[in-house]
Design a protein around this ligand. Structure first.
Ligand SMILES: [Mg+2]
Length: 372
């Protein structure tokens, strides 16, 4: 095998305005302030990764990711890009947490090495090219009337499933929201909910019981992440399946949550685990426990979500797909990559790597840091 080394790494902070603020129980987001990492090998081939540090979820900011990215880049220069597991372990040793910035590096490495092998990323990950994936679309946490209006618009746009943001303390207004949405969209449209840790145990217990006849697929993160004792009590009692999201960043979290029966399902996001390598471990732990998963996102562009779709294709127990973040952005700066079809099926093609790249004109708008 021809020897090659990591020759150069470019780090670019980007900014894209959202069509409208994205509101969850933890607050509103108006712009995707993402960080792009490009890793070049000594033959001039490069891979691209992206992360979306979400301060109320990761505790990371764009400024922080840039500072750490510089350190990570300096540590990786001169290394063999193929040794991805070693590089991921090095990043995990160098910096605790900070999954978001590590994800951008991991994604760029997978893109680069799959390109070097001439394989689309799903094939590099031994995935199934025929797996059929549809995305949901997400309704922000707003007044009931506005949420109903959005849900109807998304139904008319043909989305096969909607995800509804909830998590207001006191829970009763959340139940009213869901009753109104279910009545407006009819009985047949699948709905899933996400409280983003907004309820406490009692709120969650009452909310889930009150909504048990609304035919909901599952509820993400009803109460505070890390409270495994109450999560296990809720999981045991709830008619609506509980999905761990903020509770499962790493594969270690996945082991803890599943071994303590603190969720029925896991939401896997590359930006929580530090990228594809560690997300593969989470998927494997869930598979060992015979637990279904979802793929989810922060506010990545179509590039980050393209990598996620390739990952999704490698696992047949990932049944749910929340791949809507690019739809919330006011511009699409990505060339190639995934396609959204009219019925909201999502596909990728056979371009080597993940197949997506940023338009150079877009990246030129921002200041790029270069490490050699
Ligand atoms: Mg969630």
């Amino acid at each position: 095998m021809k020897a090659t080394k990591i020759h150069k790494i470019e780090i670019t902070p980007t900014q894209i305005k959202l069509h409208e603020p994205f509101v969850i129980s933890k607050g509103a987001l108006t712009h995707a302030r993402n960080t792009v990492v490009k890793i070049y090998n000594s033959d001039g081939i490069y891979g691209v990764g992206e992360c979306c540090p979400y301060r109320s979820i990761h505790g990371e900011t764009q400024t922080g990711t840039i500072a750490f990215a510089k350190d990570l880049a300096e540590a990786l220069i001169g290394a063999d890009p193929r040794e991805i597991h070693k590089h991921v372990a090095l990043m995990d040793r160098m910096i605790v947490g900070n999954a978001s910035v590590k994800c951008a590096f991991d994604m760029a490495l997978y893109d680069l090495v799959a390109k070097m092998d001439g394989l689309p990323l799903y094939a590099f990950l031994k995935g199934d090219r025929d797996k059929i994936i549809y995305t949901d679309n997400t309704v922000s946490l707003l007044d009931k009337e506005k949420m109903v209006e959005k849900a109807i618009i998304f139904k008319e746009m043909g989305f096969p499933v909607l995800k509804i943001k909830l998590g207001e303390r006191g829970y009763t207004r959340d139940v009213e929201r869901m009753e109104a949405i279910r009545s407006a969209v009819g009985e047949d449209l699948p709905l899933r909910i996400d409280a983003n840790q907004g309820w406490n145990y009692l709120d969650a217990k009452r909310a889930l019981y009150s909504m048990k006849d609304l035919n909901l697929e599952h509820c993400e993160e009803p109460i505070m992440a890390g409270n495994t004792v109450d999560q296990a009590r809720l999981t045991a009692d709830s008619f609506i399946p509980i999905m761990a999201d903020e509770s499962v960043f790493s594969h270690k979290d996945a082991y803890k949550v599943l071994s303590q029966h603190a969720a029925h399902l896991i939401n896997i996001k590359l930006g929580k685990s530090g990228g594809i390598c560690n997300s593969m471990k989470i998927a494997a732990i869930a598979q060992a426990a015979d637990v279904y998963c979802q793929t989810g996102s922060f506010s990545e562009s179509r590039l980050g979500i393209t990598a996620l779709v390739h990952f999704d294709m490698a696992w047949d127990h990932i049944l749910y797909h929340d791949l809507d973040s690019p739809l919330m952005l006011s511009e699409d700066p990505v060339i190639g990559g995934m396609t959204y079809h009219k019925d909201w099926q999502v596909t990728v093609d056979d371009t080597p790597g993940h197949g997506a790249d940023f338009d150079p004109a877009f990246l030129k708008r921002f200041e790029t840091l270069e490490i050699k």
